[in-house]
Every structure is written in structure tokens, then in C-alpha cells.
Design a protein around this ligand. Structure first.
Ligand SMILES: [Zn+2]
Length: 66
């Protein structure tokens, strides 16, 4: 399962999820991610998908306007 995710990440972003987590960077923008500075939900998201909040929004734009 982990390998599967890594493969997808590698294909889309050129970096695996494992690499991103090891280097503490975001898979999409390759910018450093400081998990302590994130909201709890965003931190969880980063641990699952390797995406920073910005990248997350780019990848899955919220449809409903607030
Ligand atoms: Zn990002």
C-alpha cells in the first residue's frame, strides 16, 4: 500500500511520499513543511498525503464557497 502511494507520488510529483516525509517537504511544491506550525487537521493530512495545505487545496479545490 505504501509502495503504491509512493509510485503515484513519484509519477505526479517526481518525489515519493517517503522521501517527502524524510526531508519534511511537501510533495507538490517541495517546500519545507513545519508540522508544528500546521493546524491539527493539516498536519494529519500531510502525514497521509504529503501535501501542504496549499498543495492540498490545489489538488482538491473546495467546491462550496464560504
Ligand atoms: Zn505544497
Amino acid at each position: 500500500m505504501k509502495h503504491f502511494k509512493d509510485e503515484i507520488c513519484k509519477q505526479i510529483y517526481g518525489i515519493t511520499l517517503t522521501e517527502a516525509h524524510e526531508e519534511k517537504i511537501c510533495v507538490c511544491c517541495h517546500k519545507p513543511v513545519v508540522i508544528e506550525n500546521l493546524l491539527e487537521l493539516d498536519a494529519k493530512e500531510y502525514q497521509i498525503s504529503g501535501l501542504c495545505p496549499v498543495g492540498w487545496e490545489k489538488t482538491f479545490p473546495k467546491k462550496e464557497p464560504k
